[in-house]
Design a protein around this ligand. Structure first.
Ligand SMILES: *Cc1c(COP(=O)(O)O)cnc(C)c1O
Length: 395
């Protein structure tokens, strides 16, 4: 059988199981709306929490944020090589300094994506003879980072601190170093890790803490500086992404100066990868400023989720998240049914993507509903009306 023939069969099996994914083409986005096949629909499935991904082009660039943009020549399109090879630009360092200050850490290092950051940083900090204790709901990039590292990995049940404590007591003494790896707000369940408790457990067992703030940076903490800042917890490694609340792309690791020096030498997604274009680093400076001044947007965002949560509470589906985070999941539990809901909602002008395995465990297929601060109260009212009418009458 040819490889292509085998693929055809494998794709048919995915389709029959309700698990074939096809990226949907959208023609435009902005203000919490997306255009699909010429029709504007409410977008409730991006991570553009603060509405910064597609800014109103008429909005002025915030004061103090223009220096970075001016420092980059308009004719420069790419960075041309890894920063270790062809040199780092002042704008990269400037962005990293600003990200470190923003996250209350000593230093930061840019990566081309959050995926690259996690698959690079975990193998850089944990090697053979070390132990990684990883939450069972951690993002694929954290899972893959653990797999790529030569450390032993043990998955603990989601947010189960007693089990984590047992593992630490039993196993940490047998390893050179032990790491607890967690998200701050979990991407699919929208629930919040008890970072202070995790820090305390780590300290009690001489373990270290690795926190991925992909869904809390820009949302929680003073000026959106994250959940670690809010709880005054200092992890040894802090990961922030720039493709979500920041509305850009890319990511960064933060921590001590020594950590960042080490990552510059050992994080393979930094060492062996072309630096992000200088103009992108300049945009980070602008975005930090926008995020810092977005208190009203943060309040608006969380109030949207709270309203969605209470309006959907009577439906015959379990709801997870949406409590102090912007992510609310309606657990449907079947891949065919969740995609039927997605299609019906889209027909009625609301775009909510069905989330299936392997992104979530089979049997927990869900509608992951994420509003944006760019939505108005009326947008949310309209979304609620449509969601309730579709979900009250399962297909
Ligand atoms: C989205 C996400 C990432 C990946 O970030 P990208 O910049 O999109 O590659 C990493 N960690 C978590 C928890 C995420 O949700």
């Amino acid at each position: 059988m040819s490889f292509d023939h085998a693929l055809e069969g494998a794709l048919a099996a995915l389709r029959d199981g309700g698990n074939l994914r096809v990226p949907r083409t959208i023609e435009a986005l902005g203000g919490g709306w997306v255009r699909i096949e010429g029709r504007d629909v409410l977008g409730l499935c991006s991570n553009d929490y603060l509405g910064l991904a597609a800014d109103d082009p008429r909005a002025p660039i915030p004061e103090g944020a223009t220096n970075g943009l001016r420092a980059v020549s308009g004719s420069e399109r790419g960075a041309a090589a890894s920063r270790l090879v062809s040199g780092t630009r002042p704008i990269h360092r400037q962005a990293e300094g600003a990200l470190a200050a923003f996250t209350r850490t000593d230093a930061s290092l840019l990566f081309s994506s959050g995926y690259a950051a996690n698959v690079s940083c975990i193998p850089a900090i944990a090697e053979a003879g070390d132990l990684l204790l990883s939450d069972s709901s951690n993002h694929a990039s954290l899972i893959d980072g653990c797999r790529l590292s030569r450390a032993d990995t043990i998955i603990f049940p989601h947010l189960d601190l007693p089990t984590l404590q047992e593992r630490l007591t039993e196993l940490a003494p047998r390893y050179r170093r032990t790491w607890i790896v967690t998200e701050a707000i979990f991407s699919m369940d929208g629930d919040v890790a008890p970072l202070s408790d995790l820090r305390r457990l780590a300290d009690q067992h001489r373990a270290f803490l690795y926190v991925d703030e992909a869904h809390s940076l820009g949302i929680r903490g003073p000026e959106g500086s994250g959940l670690c800042a809010e709880e005054r917890v200092r992890p040894e490694v802090f990961i922030g992404t720039l493709g979500k609340a920041f509305g850009l792309a890319g990511a960064f690791a933060s921590g001590s100066t020594h950590l960042i020096r080490w990552l510059e030498n050992r994080a393979r997604g930094f060492v062996f990868s072309t630096a992000s274009p200088p103009h992108q680093a300049a945009e980070i400076l602008v975005a930090i400023d926008r995020v810092r001044h977005a208190d009203a947007a943060r309040a608006q965002l969380l109030s949207h989720t709270t309203r969605l949560r209470s309006a959907l509470a009577h439906l015959p589906f379990a709801l997870v998240g949406g409590d102090n985070s912007a992510i609310l999941s309606v657990i449907v539990g079947d891949p065919h049914q969740v995609m039927a809901f997605t299609d019906q909602l889209l027909e009625r002008g609301v775009f909510v993507q069905g989330i299936r395995a392997p992104t979530v465990p089979p049997g927990t297929e869900r509608l992951r509903i994420v509003p944006s601060a760019a939505h108005s109260a009326q947008d949310i009212d309209a979304a609620i009306e449509t969601l309730v009418s579709v979900l009250e009458a399962p297909p």
